[in-house]
Design a protein around this ligand. Structure first.
Ligand code: SF4
Length: 352
């Protein structure tokens, strides 16, 4: 089992549930915009949030951000270790250091000592794109082995200072290389793993690449915390993260929507019903399964397995509640509303 590290009150590793994190894309110095985005991330289920700290203005904003949010805050540091020291003074809950661009062992030692004194962890965040030249291959390309070597080198530097509250990430855009790096690292060390595919893309391709890469790792038991990196609103990262975790039965949050793909038998506008149900129940934090099925071929079976089901007929459908059909068939135009109402009632405890 991996060692357990605490980010304020959130444990990572040690067999704890996999922690979902994200990163803001606001200007960190813009406190209002950053706090607003973190608030939306929190409500979506984000458990740790990271902000870029590229300059002193961002450091100055940190205390004002911290006092207005409730989840732990991580300062993302590149190039300048003094920003790490200042972020620790500003009260952050964790640091992310890139061993590819802060390489001086004395500077790393200074950060380790300060983080030790503050009692906060450090993520050694290796990225293929910024891998230290010393760990690249003869043609200057990053490799999985090089990423692992870079991480182990940095971890040794930290541990030589008596610092062991370490998390590691080994992210690349190449999904196979990233998987290989995490597998190889996991054989060498018990440091907990922050997993992710970086520069994955917009929500469409980024979700697929992340699901493939993280899915393989998670299915092998690798991964103690994760970030799905997507270009766009980071709230989408949280939704995708939970969907990946749900697919593997590792965590669940919100509605688990199962919808038949529709075919020539479908007699209702199932896609628009599904879109409406997802949209109206997107705020739910509790776990609730909903099966929306086009006809009686697979409909009753799937509807019985879900908390709420819908089995379509020609221009109408039957709602199921906890496996049993309820009431007479409902006209198509009221089906989405009735599914939403049944879901809300079930969550309120007024469902039968
Ligand atoms: Fe077609 Fe019915 Fe299967 Fe949906 S459940 S894909 S409508 S056969």
């Amino acid at each position: 089992m991996r060692r357990r590290v605490r980010v304020r009150d959130v444990p990572i590793g040690g067999g704890e549930p996999i922690v979902v994190q994200s990163m803001t894309n606001t200007d960190t110095a813009d406190v209002d915009a950053t706090v607003e985005q973190i608030g939306r991330l929190e409500r979506a289920g984000c458990e740790i949030v990271r902000v870029a700290v590229p300059h002193v203005e961002a450091v100055k904003a940190l205390p004002r951000i911290i006092e207005r949010i409730s989840i732990p805050l991580v300062a993302d540091i590149h190039f300048d270790h003094r920003l790490a020291l200042a972020s620790i003074d500003a009260g952050v809950d964790k640091l992310r250091l890139n061993p590819g661009n802060i390489t001086d062992s004395e500077k790393i030692a200074a950060v380790a000592d300060a983080a030790n004194e503050a009692g906060i962890p450090i993520r050694v965040g290796v990225n293929a794109g910024s891998l230290d030249e010393r760990f690249r291959d003869a043609k200057h390309h990053p490799t999985a082995a090089g990423m692992v070597e870079s991480a182990l080198h940095e971890i040794r530097l930290l541990e030589e200072r008596g610092f062991d509250r370490i998390v590691v990430s080994l992210k690349g855009t190449d999904v196979r290389m990233t998987i290989d790096a995490y597998r190889a690292f996991a054989r060498e060390s018990d440091v907990p793993l922050h997993i992710g595919i970086t520069e994955a893309g917009t929500a469409w391709e980024g979700s697929i690449r992340s699901a493939v890469g993280l899915g393989v790792l998670l299915a092998e038991g690798l991964g103690d915390t994760l970030r799905v990196s997507l270009t766009g609103d980071p709230v989408e990262e949280i939704r995708v993260a939970y969907e990946i975790l749900r697919a593997l039965g590792l965590r669940s949050r919100g509605i688990d929507l199962r919808v038949c793909p529709t075919c020539g038998r479908t007699g209702i506008g199932l896609e628009s019903i599904a879109v409406q149900v997802r949209g109206e129940l997107g705020d739910i934090a509790e776990s609730l399964s909903i099966a929306l099925m086009g006809c009686v071929v697979n409909g009753p079976g799937e509807a019985r397995e879900a908390d709420i089901g819908l089995v379509g007929g020609r221009g109408q459908g039957t709602i199921y509640l906890r496996g049993e059909p309820i009431g007479p068939a409902i006209p198509e135009d009221r089906l989405a509303g009735e599914v939403v109402r049944a879901a809300r009632e079930l969550l309120d405890g007024s469902g039968n």
